[in-house]
Design a protein around this ligand. Structure first.
Ligand code: MSP
Length: 683
């Protein structure tokens, strides 16, 4: 029996209606960081993510693609560069991945729906309202913003249908109490918005079934209805543990957990979700945390607007850990932030290359240069230093005053040790408050302090007289390695792969990588083998990187375009007599020349069978060299009125076949059998 404390944390389940972007990645990386932090602390962690696969939007997208909804979502979830691949690339440590099309979930939702119907919380009625198709949300008139969906700003449609309703109104007071009088919803600043905008105007019963489309979980006792996607989706947090199904048996042990969600879905998680739980007598989630959005040029990034940033491109160019770090370091977790590539590069250069990278590479290089890769025994923490660090870590030293004479190296040691010893406590406080950006801020203060310690101690000067200063030099380098170790442990949840490498370079063995040891000074073995290894965070040349990014993004946009596209077929009929008026003839190319000052036009001299040459100008220079066309038999319409182009007359038009490939127009002149004589009529 596992007696470790349990910690259950979830991301929202993502709509696989399109590839996921950096905004989704932000949410998953943040949740992963929290999960890894709790594992580091020794908790038994269950981390769930997944995909929300039903609903009208996906049904429509699949229709457009000419495949079934299941085939459509399979591609996006399981396919190359799909959701699962993205999480693998981003080093996401989820223990489970739920898809709402998973059979066990479907059956569980049917049972849940029936239970709420049987307990009287779901009843049948008629729905009249405003529906936002992309968001799958019904709204009341008063909730609309300028007549449009308050979430995405797009137009809504009138919708009316026989439907099942959930008695949300019945739970209004209890939910209000939960929001106002507990720490259920975080950050606290979101509480007011929920209460003022949604609860105080009056909570109406919620429509929880649809008949207008079929891609959803059928209500088993009334199968022309499918379950509303949000009921289907919210319960993923417990069906993935085995609630109302036999696939897992973890519900009792793990629920309740913590739901991390974006701000626009806080409403569903902080009002509807607890009301559902109350209806079934389930424990309520411990916390719902609503994080902010990553914005692009100040506006929302969205798959449907097409202005999204591709995490694959960024991770491939800058490295997974640099991207993870940037997301957590730059944007305060509860607020919105403006994403930009420039900011990403700046963060990598300042924090990772300059501060952390330099600390590690300078320290390991000096251990190599002055001590051949291993410090001498006895250079480690003194008993006094350990005591001091212990008192600071316990919080027993308030306002440490150190009256060292100017230039006394003990002053530098005490300051560095003091900062490093106090770090774990500050970091923990921030992480517990869902403020990973603050935790990183604390870590970087210590890294900066350590870099300053190098300059204060000037190891290169000490090294000039090893006999006199060798012991001091070794102690300085030990302190630097020890500060690096403590920071490295606390950075592990943010950059797991890179910290493994850091530990190897700094000679930190497994026992010195634990949470406990991050709170103790002097754990590192003083004789550990230190390696000056690869540069973990190389400096990025901003201009070259931005150009490369632009090229990769253009390439990706092109790759995302359909392979081949044709003009849509016209639905207007043309009567036969009108059609017959167009005079199409076989023509032979006698001469073909470029037109001066035009990079589009070619001038054709054509034999049209009349004995008089015909001149036609055609905008096809992009696709053909003039000399390749001489002698070819083409098709021209010859009874169009003559037209002047670049000062020259064109009498007719050559016929071509056109289509689009990867967004580029492709043209082929219609060439016919050379046995056909010039002037032959096409009919
Ligand atoms: N399927 C629902 C969630 C159901 S949970 C029971 C959904 N899916 S979503 O794919 O549209 O969004 C999933 C999450 O990604 C949301 O938390 C949303 O806030 C987050 N993000 C989407 N774009 C984002 C940004 N630009 N920035 C930060 N997070 C964003 O909603």
């Amino acid at each position: 029996m596992n007696d470790k404390q349990k910690y259950y944390i979830t991301t929202p389940i993502y709509y696989p209606s399109d590839k996921l972007h950096i905004g989704h990645t932000y949410c998953t990386v943040a949740t992963d960081t929290l999960a890894r932090y709790k594992r580091l602390q020794g908790y038994d962690v269950m981390f769930l993510t997944g995909t929300d696969e039903h609903g009208q939007k996906i049904e429509l997208k699949a229709q457009e693609a000419g495949i079934t909804p299941k085939e459509f979502v399979d591609r996006i979830v399981e396919g190359p560069r799909g959701v699962k691949d993205l999480w693998k690339l981003m080093d996401i440590s989820n223990d489970r991945f739920i898809r709402t099309t998973d059979d066990y979930h479907v059956k569980a939702i049917q049972k849940i729906f029936r239970r709420m119907y049987d307990n009287g919380d779901i009843y049948k009625g008629t729905y009249k309202g405003k529906y936002c198709t992309p968001c799958e949300s019904f709204w009341t008139e008063s909730q609309l913003k300028d007549g449009c969906c308050p979430d995405c700003g797009r137009p809504v449609v009138d919708a009316e249908e026989e439907a099942y309703f959930f008695r949300l109104s019945k739970y209004a007071d209890k939910v209000k109490d939960l929001l106002e009088n507990t720490d259920f919803l975080q950050p606290r600043s979101r509480v007011n918005e929920m209460v003022k905008n949604f609860i105080e105007p009056g909570l109406e019963d919620l429509c929880v079934s649809r008949t207008s489309f079929s891609w959803g979980i059928p209500v088993d006792f009334d199968p022309k209805h499918v379950v509303y996607v949000w009921l289907d989706a919210l319960f993923n947090y417990v069906t993935a543990l085995g609630f109302e199904n036999d696939r897992y048996d973890d519900y009792e042990a793990w629920w309740p957990g913590i739901n991390i969600v974006g701000k626009e879905i806080v409403r569903f998680h902080s009002i509807i979700w607890p009301a559902f739980c109350m209806s079934l007598g389930m424990p309520l989630p411990k916390h719902v945390f609503g994080h902010g959005w990553l914005l692009l040029d100040g506006g929302k990034m969205s798959k449907s607007k097409g202005n999204v940033v591709d995490p694959y491109i960024l991770a491939e160019q800058f490295g997974v850990d640099a991207l993870r770090f940037f997301l957590m370091r730059t944007f305060p977790f509860g607020s919105d932030g403006n994403f930009s590539n420039e900011l990403l590069i700046q963060t990598i250069n300042t924090d990772l290359a300059n501060d952390l990278g330099n600390l590690l590479s300078r320290t390991t290089a000096m251990v190599g240069k002055y001590f051949g890769g291993g410090l001498p025994a006895g250079c480690g923490a003194t008993a006094d230093e350990k005591d001091l660090a212990g008192m600071i870590a316990q919080g027993n030293v308030v306002g440490l005053t150190m009256d060292f004479p100017e230039g006394d190296p003990t002053k530098y040691d005490c300051e560095l040790i003091g900062a490093a010893a106090a770090l774990r406590g500050k970091y923990e406080e921030a992480m517990e408050a869902f403020a990973p950006h603050k935790a990183l801020d604390e870590v970087f203060k210590v890294i900066q302090r350590a870099n300053k310690y190098i300059d204060e101690n000037a190891p290169w000067a000490l090294a000039k007289d090893m006999e006199a200063n060798g012991a001091r030099l070794a102690h300085v380098l030990y302190d630097l390695l020890e500060a690096t170790r403590i920071c490295g442990i606390l950075l592990t949840p943010f950059m797991p792969g890179s910290m493994e490498k850091l530990f190897v370079q700094a000679g930190v063995d497994k026992a010195a990588q634990t949470w406990e040891s991050a709170g103790v000074w002097g754990v590192l073995s003083d004789t550990a083998a230190v390696i000056k290894g690869e540069n973990l965070f190389p400096r990025v040349d901003a201009q070259a990187a931005l150009e490369k990014l632009e090229a990769a993004e253009a390439e990706a946009r092109k790759a995302a375009l359909p392979a081949v596209e044709f003009e849509p077929f016209t639905e207007d009929e043309v009567d036969f007599d009108t059609f017959c008026k167009s005079d199409f003839r076989a023509v032979k190319v006698k001469d073909c020349q470029p037109v001066k000052k035009s990079n589009k036009l070619l001038r054709f001299t054509l034999d049209d069978g009349t004995g008089t040459d015909r001149q036609i100008l055609s905008g096809i220079a992009k696709w053909y060299k003039p000399e390749d066309l001489i002698g070819k038999t083409l098709v021209a319409i010859v009874n169009l009125p003559p037209r002047k182009m670049m000062g020259q007359e064109s009498c007719g038009m050559l016929i071509s076949a056109v289509h689009t490939e990867k967004g580029e127009e492709v043209l082929h002149l219609l060439m016919i059998d050379d046995a056909i004589p010039a002037g032959a009529k096409m009919c």
